[in-house]
Design a binder for this molecule. Structure first.
Ligand SMILES: *Cc1c(COP(=O)(O)O)cnc(C)c1O
Length: 378
């Protein structure tokens, strides 16, 4: 079962809002089912503390979020629009990135059919070489925009940095920012203006204040995680304060299904993945890769039981995982097991680059499947 702590989401949003200042909109990134937390829990919680802008990756994700979005709150697709969804997107006033001229032309065609304006953000290529309009593509789009002012609202102009999470990318990121500003200036000469200018995700929003412009797109920090250890250290040093202002909002728990003893030399689970180096006590937990507990944690992950760490031994099975509890005082069937979250003085955490001690990659977070029961708690 997954518990989502509303108080933590509230805390994180208020912290980010105070750090960014009143003039900067904090757009909540809820792609990947709100980083695995569940849009059904996260969207209501964030709207009740005042979030007015949300972003997802695709039109499919937008369709999942839409039932939870209140009147007057905006939803933006930062990536893929299924061609078959263009009608739905424009009918529901979903904002979306124009990352290639064909998205613009199909949006205008549909806007005319529906007699409704398309709400677009111009996604500019500035050096990441992923999505974004190149110089030539922008040249194609400018006259089209000028001729179709009645069918388009330019909600924003945007780009994405290629790794602001690491200070090592400083020069590349700053070059991207310069190129972005030049292009925005150039577009203004064609009388093309975005209501919102937005380029920063969590990392840039924290360490490069000049990139906040009038909106930041924050994902991982809303859920209570620093993008990387580097960003946390840089923030803490600048603030001269080493108490973490973020709170993790997810707890993923299960329970002990079985406890048993093993003799030295026995193998555990499938094949020869793990051999007991001495007499051991183990527990079986009914969570497996079908639940999103990644196979990469075979012989590698750990969980918490009775406030103490227990290492995963052997491979992760489809529905079960085996952990070593030889050093635990007493573990009994039915005891709570924490897969993500805190118990006692210990915690299992995440980071996007997973270089932190005791941290899992947030790919695992994003992959927590829909079928795992989620509950909002205050
Ligand atoms: C995922 C994403 C973000 C949010 O990134 P975080 O590091 O989680 O804050 C912002 N913008 C775009 C385009 C993204 O894809």
């Amino acid at each position: 079962m997954i518990e989502i702590k509303k108080s933590a989401l509230t805390n994180n949003y208020r912290f980010l809002k105070s750090l960014m200042g009143n003039d900067v909109i904090v757009c909540a990134v809820v792609k990947g089912n709100a980083y695995g937390h569940g849009v059904g829990q996260v969207l209501p919680a964030l709207q009740s503390v005042g979030v007015t802008h949300f972003a997802v990756f695709s039109s499919t994700e937008a369709q999942h979020c839409h039932p939870f979005i209140r009147q007057g709150v905006s939803l933006m697709v930062m990536g893929f629009i299924e061609p078959a969804h263009m009608r739905w997107i424009i009918e529901h006033e979903i904002e979306f990135y124009v990352y290639t001229p064909s998205v613009l032309s199909s949006a205008i065609a549909m806007a005319k059919i529906l007699n409704k304006k398309a709400c677009i953000h111009l996604d500019l290529e500035t050096g990441m070489n992923r999505t974004g309009l190149t110089e030539d593509e922008l040249g194609t789009c400018i006259p089209v925009i000028k001729e179709n002012r009645d069918w388009i609202v330019i909600k924003g102009i945007t780009t994405h940095f290629a790794g602001a999470e690491s200070i090592a990318n400083y020069v590349r990121v700053m070059n991207q920012f310069d190129r972005f500003k030049e292009k925005v200036e150039m577009l203004s000469h064609d009388d093309i203006h975005g209501e919102l200018l937005h380029v920063a995700s969590s990392a840039a929003a924290v360490i490069y204040p000049q990139t906040r412009l009038n909106m930041v797109r924050v994902g991982v920090m809303l859920y209570g995680y620093w993008p990387t250890r580097e960003i946390w250290i840089q923030y803490a040093r600048a603030m001269k304060n080493h108490s973490n202002p973020l709170q993790r909002s997810i707890v993923w728990k299960s329970e002990v299904m079985l406890v048993k003893d093993l003799e030295e030399g026995e193998f555990v689970g499938y094949g020869l993945g793990y051999q007991a180096p001495q007499n051991m006590r183990i527990m079986i937990v009914p969570v497996g890769y079908v639940d999103g507990y990644s196979r990469s944690l075979s012989n590698n992950g750990h969980v918490l039981v009775n406030g103490q760490r227990a290492d995963v031994i052997g491979s992760i099975n489809m529905n079960m995982v085996i952990c070593n509890i030889s050093d635990h005082a007493s573990v009994e069937q039915g005891d709570e097991v924490i897969l993500i979250g805190a118990q006692g003085d210990n915690e299992i955490t995440f980071s996007s680059f997973a270089e932190m001690n005791n941290a899992m990659n947030y790919e695992i977070l994003a992959r927590l499947p829909d079928h795992v029961l989620r509950m909002s708690i205050p």
